[in-house]
Design a protein. Structure first.
Length: 386
């Protein structure tokens, strides 16, 4: 008998976050997985070797005043439950397992109520959950409903598992399933500035790389201050920043635009070329009241390319890397600590190369789709039997 699984992620249906279900669908004869993206969709999932259907996203339909998904944006701004998808009842009726994303989304709450009245098992993938009672009672009501009725939870790190336990979820219902990386897309390669659409001189400089939005919670201010310290000590260093800019305009102008050693790009079609151009990856995230880094997908992408890293001791990243072997873990909100770690890896070629080799092996041993996919399959089997 084939177990039919529906994976629903709303507008967050990214191909790279659905690799696990693609693997399970194709690796096991007794399982069939269908992905449900939203309409409108944010990402192109056509490359996945997986059946894909769509569900209407009602609060994402309206584009107005120069903004996309206006109703959703308003709900998000005020911390209200969001992402209402049509067709959830049909999915619950037709599938044996429904696997939703996050315990605070409207569609997750509705799926929980429907599954509680049927034989369909509900699983929740929890990546952005922070253990706190939301100021909005509606969001808290959705969380409590999902946490009560879900048959199983998947989350990427020990830190995210603790968040669920703090909200009252039994530990035996939680399975740690880290993100995975597609090694066809991320591997070693030549240091080629042209392939990355970057200046030619970066082929001969020592390059630090940061990937994600330039903003306060990602620790970009601390990174830029740290880089300037490193830059004052070593003349042949560059900093590459990838992502949308949300920094203070005056600060950005002084510390990014006016610094010839800092190179900012909003987007690159093939990010692997930036990893291959870099010598050290830096993820300097900090915690805020309602957010902290839960995993850091760019970390395992850089590791897959054989790049050592510097990360802050916040949220999931310290659990993703091996401190002292693949990465250096430093205290958050400290430009001095970041600068010391960055300088250490600049100064010590042998240690940096060894950490890069360790990272290359470590990610293949721990974050391959076939490794984590087997854990997902076994978790489904264990919870179905309960």
């Amino acid at each position: 008998m084939t177990t039919k699984i529906a994976i629903i992620r709303g507008p967050y249906f990214r191909p790279n976050s659905t690799l696990l279900w693609e693997y399970v669908h194709n690796a096991y004869d007794d399982v069939s997985v269908t992905g449900f993206e939203s309409d409108p969709a944010w990402f192109d999932a056509s490359e996945l070797d997986l059946p894909i259907e769509s569900l209407d996203w009602w609060d994402g339909k309206l584009d107005a005043f120069g903004y996309d998904n206006v109703v959703w944006q308003v709900l998000e701004k005020y911390g209200l439950p969001s992402i209402a998808l049509s067709g959830i009842r049909r999915v619950v009726d037709e599938y044996d397992i429904v696997h939703v994303t996050e315990n605070f989304r409207l569609y997750s709450g509705y799926a929980a109520l429907l599954c509680a009245r049927s034989d369909t098992k509900l699983f929740v993938d929890s990546h952005e959950n922070i253990p706190h009672r939301p100021a909005n009672p509606l969001t808290w009501a959705v969380k409590r409903t999902v946490n009560r009725y879900a048959d199983g939870f998947t989350c990427p790190t020990w830190d995210s598992k603790r968040a669920l336990i703090h909200e009252g979820v039994d530990a035996e219902r939680i399975q740690i399933l880290p993100n995975v990386v597609d090694f066809d897309d991320f591997d070693r390669g030549p240091k080629d500035p042209a392939a990355a659409s970057m200046p030619d001189h970066l082929e001969s400089t020592f390059n630090f790389l940061f990937v994600h939005g330039l903003n306060e919670r990602k620790g970009t201010y601390y990174l830029l201050d740290a880089f300037e310290t490193v830059q004052s000590r070593f003349g042949d260093v560059s900093l590459i920043l990838l992502g949308d800019n949300d920094l203070d305009p005056a600060y950005y102008r002084t510390h990014v635009a006016d610094n010839p050693a800092v190179h900012h790009v909003d987007y690159i079609p093939t990010i692997r070329h930036l990893y291959n151009l870099s010598d050290v990856f830096v993820l300097p995230s900090i915690a805020s009241r309602r957010w902290k880094e839960q995993f850091g997908r760019a970390l395992i992408e850089s590791m897959a390319c054989g790049i050592p890293s510097v990360v802050t001791n916040v949220g999931g990243p310290p659990h993703v890397v091996a401190d002292g072997e693949t990465s250096l873990v430093v205290e958050p909100r400290s430009a001095e600590a970041l600068a010391d770690a960055m300088a250490t890896l600049y100064d010590d070629d042998e240690r940096r190369r060894a950490m890069g080799e360790n990272a290359y092996d470590y990610v293949r041993e721990n974050y391959a789709p076939e490794v984590v996919g087997e854990d997902l399959y076994e978790f489904y089997q264990s919870r179905i039997a309960v």
